[in-house]
Design a protein around this ligand. Structure first.
Ligand SMILES: [Fe+2]
Ligand SMILES: [Fe+2]
Length: 180
């Protein structure tokens, strides 16, 4: 019924909205799996200790995000299929470009890596934010709770990258000569 939150008509389980929800889960599953490949590259390319640590820690969380998504697929009784996510694919390419275009050991490279990392986090935050809302609308309370745990970790990862950039790396990069 319109205006009644957290309730769902039985037929809604086979609605267009449910189909969209599943497609978005497939998209983010692909994105998380891609990030399991990308984060070690960002970690290896980074110089700053805390940045390396942040990418490494988030890699572990990301493995967990994949497991949580599998749990969500099981709850809604759907196959855990992944569907190519062009957005994360593009962000991953940008990350590779940053590594190609910057010199090893520079703070400038770390600045670029943080940009790539934060673009990925923001994509995930947008997707999980929407998924939590849709899970509630569709009556999947448990799935919403699981997705919200991941959403919180994405937000924290983003905040940590901002903090590392602002406390250290951006300033260091501003003092580096242009021809490094
Ligand atoms: Fe994630
Ligand atoms: Fe993430």
């Amino acid at each position: 019924m319109r205006g009644t939150s957290n309730t769902v008509a039985p037929e809604a389980t086979e609605s267009k909205l449910k189909e969209f929800f599943v497609e978005q889960l497939q998209d983010i599953l692909w994105a998380e799996k891609k990030l399991i490949n990308v984060l070690p590259k960002l970690q290896e390319a980074a110089s700053h200790d805390r940045l390396k640590q942040a990418f490494g820690d988030h890699l572990e969380e990301t493995r967990n995000h994949v497991e949580r998504l599998k749990d969500v697929f099981a709850i809604i009784d759907e196959e855990a299929d992944a569907k190519t996510c062009p957005a994360i694919s593009g962000i991953a390419e940008e990350g590779e470009e940053i590594i190609d275009e910057t010199s090893e050991g520079t703070a400038q490279r770390d600045v670029g890596l943080i940009f790539a990392g934060q673009k990925a986090e923001h994509y995930e935050i947008a997707t999980y934010g929407g998924l939590v809302s849709l899970a509630r609308t569709l009556g999947y309370t448990k799935a919403a709770e699981i997705l919200e745990k991941t959403l919180d970790e994405e937000k924290n990862a983003d905040l940590l990258l901002t903090e590392i950039a602002e406390n250290d790396i951006n300033y260091q990069a501003s003092t580096e000569p242009q021809n490094l």
